[in-house]
Design a binder for this molecule. Structure first.
Ligand code: MN
Length: 751
């Protein structure tokens, strides 16, 4: 085979290797350079005469991978050696891992071995991607450099994918999109991630790629004009402040435009955040970087109005993948523009990943620092016992840390395990906050109690005096200690109601000089339709039963006379199929019930009440669905019943015009049991999760029951109607207020 390697090839290869060496000189000592040369010699020998599909000598591939490793990722000489030799053992049986070990020692041979094993896994045509991913992650447990070099390897393969047959292009692009791009992102290699995505899209959806790419290019000039107009006043001010800086307009990648068009179903023309402005500056040593970032922020916001809820401080709390920057969004010439403020160091980390960070450290310490960083990541990975998909999820949760740091609005730090919810956070601050929680603002955005918090989130728990622990909260809570606190609160609440109910009833009884004897209670239980004393106390305590008519109930059937009646009641109870005692009781009511059904005093205001059988003393009409609290008008209809419409209901207008004599004054009383149908209409800009956010709010609202949800989305607009049951207009208004606060929700109104 070696005769196939021509002199020209040799010159080409040497030239490429020299380029690589030049890149290494800056931060590699002589010993390192010598090892790199040795690795190259071995690789060159092993791949001698072998060509890539494109016709170039094979060795150019490992050289290119090594180049990516040093230039685009910033790893040291051990990684460069491993990258150069990553295909040696697999491709040439004369070169074994033992040989590599004997020349390069433990670390490098370990990385080469890991890379070889991954390749073997990927070569199997089965392409079980989840399984492949697991294999990769397992390697990560050992040495993350294996993964990083594998990403570099994949990047170069993607860059040279054109010469592969179409079906290979598809397979490799799919794998890249599924495995390598997310992995690159998690490791903080934003630039590589973006390139991997773009290349994958180019091979998977060539037409879409070309179309978007062409449009991005065609609109470039207009963007440049806008950018110049936007940046000029900022640049002038920055110069006045003697800040050394660079500005640039960063256009979204083809892939992210495509992804946005797809997920939000919008046209290219409708994507308004097509670019972001970046300001990269050289900080001075005297003032902290963060302060300098905020200084630039204040310069910008003196010129343009800023949107405070879009402010992101990734400096005080960097993202878990190491990303640091200050992001703000400002209004300029009628358009919202995102501005990213960062130092040169932050820029390098953002573009090349966290490993780039160590470039700023002392040369000799570099490898050591990388090792320490790798060890840290390794430590937090869990042992792989589950299946591949579960493992992947666990991996995502545990990549950098099993704990997250959260902040109160005042900046107090709270450290909790990953995966905790707002509910857990609320109870961690204080049981009182937990008990009264209704929702929260995370980074100023409204979320439900079940929202899962992320590292660095600033959490403001919203409370309401009327809020109290709900059984469903047990599902929201992730921490056992939160669950036990909720359980305790639920128990205490029932106990509290019982205590309160007991006091209220005993007070009433003493007002009327009645002894709290058991037969009095049997009577009261029947009158109020409850099974026992405990339920009576608890319902009275909770306000479900009101004692307005207590005197009537007592006087109507004085205890001493009621023995016969009680006998009757008890018989009713034990004979199945007979009517409930409460029914009998109602027919015995001489005044109230009969007047209601037969004669209505039009001079008096008719009170709209509910009975404890969840029945109403009146009817509501479904032309306008009145709800307690609405302005209403009542009519006496033919059978002596009262029907209620909303004041503005056209049907009511008609009725009032035709049968003015049937109008009666009506007034709502409190309704605790009966719910009323209400319709809500909503409209907004469609985005992923808007529906989910909406249902979460509705289901989290304790006095609301959803019946139907109808949603349509077209041309990026989200439209829907909700049918739900509420107790009162207050409940409904609360809900509407909450739904209107959902991001991208434009209007919410009752129908
Ligand atoms: Mn390779």
């Amino acid at each position: 085979m070696s005769e196939l390697q021509t002199h020209d090839d040799e010159i080409l290869i040497q030239g490429k290797f020299e380029e690589l060496l030049k890149l290494c000189c800056n931060n590699t000592n002589e010993e390192g350079i010598a090892l790199i040369r040795k690795a190259f010699d071995i690789a060159n020998e092993a791949h001698k005469g072998i060509k890539r599909r494109s016709g170039v000598p094979y060795i150019l591939h490992p050289i290119a991978v090594a180049k990516i490793v040093v230039q685009e990722i910033g790893l040291g000489y051990k990684s460069i050696c491993a990258a150069l030799m990553h295909d040696v053992v697999e491709d040439n049986p004369n070169f074994t891992i033992d040989l590599v070990k004997s020349v390069f020692g433990e670390t490098i041979s370990y990385i080469v071995d890991g890379l070889t094993k991954i390749d073997v896994a990927f070569d199997k045509e089965k392409s079980n991607q989840a399984e492949n991913f697991k294999r990769i992650l397992l390697t990560m447990n050992d040495d993350i450099r294996v993964i990083i070099i594998k990403i570099a390897d994949r990047l170069h393969n993607m860059r040279t994918l054109g010469s592969m047959p179409v079906e290979k292009q598809q397979k490799i692009s799919n794998e890249t999109l599924f495995l390598f791009a997310p992995l690159a992102y998690r490791l903080g290699f934003f630039k590589i991630k973006s390139e991997l995505e773009d290349l994958s899209l180019k091979y998977l959806m060539p037409e879409a790629f070309e179309e978007i790419d062409a449009k991005i290019n065609a609109t470039e000039a207009g963007r440049q004009d806008f950018f110049d107009k936007f940046i000029n006043p900022i640049e002038n001010k920055l110069k006045e402040s003697n800040i050394k800086f660079n500005t640039s307009a960063r256009t979204k990648s083809v892939y992210s435009v495509w992804n946005k068009m797809r997920t939000k179903s919008v046209n290219f023309e409708e994507i308004f955040d097509l670019f972001a402005v970046r300001i990269i500056f050289e900080p001075t040593d005297i003032i902290p970087e963060r302060t300098q970032c905020w200084h630039i922020y204040s310069i910008i916001t003196e010129i343009y109005q800023s949107k405070n809820e879009r402010l992101r401080d990734w400096i005080s709390t960097p993202k878990t993948n190491g990303y640091e920057a200050l992001h703000c969004t400002v209004m300029a010439f009628g358009v919202w523009v995102e501005v990213q403020i960062r130092t040169k160091r932050m820029e390098e980390i953002a573009e090349r990943g966290f490993a780039a960070h160590w470039r700023y450290k002392d040369d000799t310490a570099q490898e050591e620092e990388v090792d320490r960083w790798l060890a840290k990541i390794r430590d937090v990975l869990v042992s792989p016992e589950t299946n591949a998909v579960e493992y992947l999820d666990q991996f995502r949760l545990n990549l950098y840390s099993s704990e997250i740091t959260l902040f109160t609005p005042k900046g107090k730090t709270i450290i909790l395990p990953k995966g905790v919810t707002v509910m857990d956070f609320a109870y961690t601050i204080h049981s009182r906050i937990g008990d009264k929680a209704i929702s929260a603002k995370v980074n100023h955005k409204l979320v439900s109690l079940s929202y899962i918090l992320n590292n660095g989130d600033q959490v403001e728990v919203l409370t309401a005096e009327t809020a109290k622990p709900q059984r469903v909260w047990l599902e929201y809570a992730k921490l056992p200690r939160t669950k036990s606190r909720i359980e305790a609160a639920l128990k205490a609440e029932v106990q509290g109601h019982i205590e309160l109910g007991r006091k209220l009833i005993e007070k009433k009884l003493s007002e009327f000089n009645v002894e709290p004897q058991s037969r009095v209670f049997i009577k009261l239980c029947a009158a109020y339709g409850v099974a026992n004393k405990r339920e009576l106390y608890s319902k009275v305590g909770a306000g479900i039963i009101e004692l307005d008519d207590f005197e009537k109930q007592l006087k109507k059937n004085p205890p001493q006379k009621s023995a016969i009646y009680w006998g009757f009641g008890l018989i009713q109870k034990i004979i199945p199929g007979t009517k409930k005692p409460i029914k009998e009781d109602e027919t015995q009511k001489t005044d109230e019930t009969t007047t209601e059904t037969t004669k209505i005093d039009k001079k008096k205001t008719f009170l709209l009440k509910e009975t404890f059988e969840k029945k109403l003393t009146y009817k509501t009409e479904n032309c306008c669905n009145p709800i307690p609290g609405d302005n209403i008008i009542g009519f006496e209809i033919d059978d002596g019943q009262v029907t209620v419409h909303r004041q503005e209901c056209p049907e009511a207008n008609k009725l009032a015009a035709e049968h003015g004599d049937k109008i009666i004054k009506v007034k709502w009383t409190t309704h605790k049991v009966q719910s009323f149908l209400a319709l809500i209409d909503m409209r907004g800009i469609d985005r992923i999760g808007i529906l989910n956010d909406t249902t979460k709010i509705i289901t989290g609202e304790m006095n609301v029951n959803m019946r139907k949800l109808n949603v349509e989305s077209h041309d990026g607009i989200f439209e829907g109607t909700i049918e739900l049951y509420v107790h009162s207009i207050e409940d409904l208004n609360n809900l509407i207020t909450k739904i209107s606060k959902i991001k991208n929700m434009e209007s919410v109104r009752r129908l």
